[in-house]
Design a protein around this ligand. Structure first.
Ligand code: ADP
Length: 256
């Protein structure tokens, strides 16, 4: 279980705080979606969880352990990061995924590390890609490799920053399906930002809405409604049900 309690953070001593006491709880195996306007502090909150930024106050725990006191390598065995547009360098797919094992092997990969990578590529249907250069792959394929690399870390939590940002609709759905499958099969928690609310509804079990430096609303799909979206994003939307699935349509301009 991941818990953030009253996390506060500001980039500059004299600057305004970005996080003013943000709290959230994510159970093991749950998919949590962090939503909020651009600049509301989603990436900043991720960075405090990942240990890239140190909060000025509050607590971040994973399974009861204090993440703020945990050495980097220990943390990397629990938490993997999937950035929006990953740059691997000119590596093969196999070696890119193997890099995810660095927290385990340090300087030299062992036979077990190679076996672990082979298994992940097999599980994700990526065996035929193993010898290809990652740089020559499409955005959707690269994003799958980024997830495979995160998997090689054998994490309990994966943090995704806008994982479908640069993808077309087919690849968006593929990545969401793949990530959901992993969470379910391996009981991995996922914390993700997503700008598309309908994707968020299709992907998430729990939703966190960030505004004014705090998580203002948190809960299951039932808390996502027109009023909450209006408050967070300043847009008028309509929520309808299609095939028993909530769908959000519109914005301020759909009446024009
Ligand atoms: P989001 O991910 O929700 O778009 P961010 O966490 O990236 O938001 O940014 C939150 C706020 O912090 C913004 O006002 C942004 O300008 C500011 N910010 C982000 N990174 C830095 C930085 N390195 N130095 C100073 N301010 C920053």
């Amino acid at each position: 279980m991941l818990t953030c309690e009253n996390v506060t953070f500001r980039y500059e001593k004299s600057g305004l705080p970005v996080l003013r006491g943000a709290s959230l709880t994510l159970e093991q195996g749950q998919i949590g979606i962090l939503l909020g306007k651009n600049g509301s502090g989603k990436t900043t909150l991720f960075k405090t969880i990942l240990g890239i930024r140190r909060p000025s106050g509050g607590a971040i725990r994973f399974d009861g352990e204090d993440l703020l006191k945990m050495p980097r390598r220990e943390r990397a065995r629990r938490i993997a990061y999937v950035p929006q547009d990953i740059q691997f360098g000119a590596l093969t797919v196999f070696d890119s995924v193997l890099m995810g094992r660095v927290a385990y092997f340090g300087l030299k990969a062992s036979h077990e590390d190679y076996l672990a990578v082979e298994k992940i590529l097999r599980d994700m249907g990526l065996e035929s890609y193993a010898r290809r250069n990652v740089e020559a792959l499409s955005g959707g394929e690269r994003q799958k490799i980024a997830i495979a690399r995160a998997m090689a870390q054998e994490p309990k939590l994966m943090v995704f920053d806008e994982p479908t940002g640069n993808l077309d609709i087919r690849n968006e759905q593929l990545i969401i399906r793949e990530a959901k499958k992993l969470a379910r099969e391996k009981n991995i928690s996922i914390l993700s930002s997503l700008h598309d609310l309908n994707q968020a509804l299709a992907f998430g079990d729990k939703f966190f809405f960030l505004k004014d430096g705090v998580v203002k609303y948190a809960g299951g799909p039932e808390i996502v409604n027109e009023d909450v979206i209006q408050d967070i994003f300043d847009i008028d939307v309509k929520m309808v049900k299609i095939d028993n699935q909530k769908v959000i349509i519109g914005g301020n301009n759909y009446e024009h």
